[in-house]
Ligand binder design. Structure first.
Ligand SMILES: C[S@@+](CC[C@H](N)C(=O)[O-])C[C@H]1O[C@@H](n2cnc3c(N)ncnc32)[C@H](O)[C@@H]1O
Length: 213
């Protein structure tokens, strides 16, 4: 288990980095182009209700197409939510301070769930994916972007250092693990894209899946 896969540790970490989050962390790991690439894989319809789990400062919400009707951003970090709530372009979104392991929503409340860069901090990702499944309507979809677990290579010491740091701090997973997690939570038709920022093009795994009708 990664050191930051713990609610308190993650909250303290985000209290520390929140002031520089948008300019440093978001730009480096979860850039606008990477997020748009993920969101384009969802077929969002006009009027859809969308939940963003681990919305942080609202960067992911700012990349959603304007046709979606209602966006809820959920995050346990008061510091991250404070930055999100101050952004004029997110004035229509609703923000909730809560943990993804216990979503404060009724069954089948949303057409779509998105989550970018948050699964790495979840103590039990399978539980959050089950919660996401519960609050999604039949026929709805999910997009989750997290850190891809890459194989160590004797020829690539830089990759080995990156992987050691990532797996010490975070939950990282590969396609097989993603299939096990998503299908175990009830999701079907899971598809996984290996992608990443220009400096590390296989750092990220982006999964889309559907809730059966
Ligand atoms: C790297 S940020 C990503 C924020 C945003 N999605 C973006 O792309 O800019 C990860 C966010 O996940 C949140 N997070 C950590 N643990 C969480 C949990 N158990 N449930 C929901 N969100 C969580 C953190 O507070 C943080 O704001």
């Amino acid at each position: 288990m990664g050191l930051l896969q713990d609610g308190d540790a993650a909250r303290q970490w985000f209290a520390f980095i929140a002031p520089g989050y948008d300019t440093v962390v978001s730009e480096l790991f979860w850039s606008a182009s990477l997020q748009r690439e993920g969101i384009e894989r969802l077929e969002l319809d006009a009027g859809d209700r969308v939940l963003d789990i681990g919305c942080g400062t609202g960067e992911t919400i700012s990349h959603l197409p304007p046709r979606v009707a209602a966006v809820h951003g959920l995050d346990p970090s008061a510091h991250q939510l404070h930055t999100a709530a101050e952004k004029d372009e997110l004035a229509d979104a609703r923000f909730v301070q809560a943990d993804g392991h216990r979503l404060p929503y009724a069954d089948e409340s949303f057409d779509c769930v998105v989550s970018v860069g948050s699964i790495l901090y979840w103590a039990t990702p399978e539980d959050v994916l089950q919660e996401a499944f519960r609050v999604t309507k039949p026929g709805g979809s999910i997009l989750v972007m997290g850190f891809h677990q890459r194989r160590f290579s004797p020829l690539n010491p830089v990759l080995n250092v990156q992987e050691t740091i990532n797996s010490t701090l975070f939950f990282c997973y590969d396609r097989d693990e993603a299939t096990r997690l998503f299908q175990g939570a009830g999701w079907r038709d899971d598809r996984h894209l290996i992608t990443g920022p220009a400096w590390s093009p296989d750092l990220v795994i982006a999964t889309t899946a559907q809730k059966p009708v």
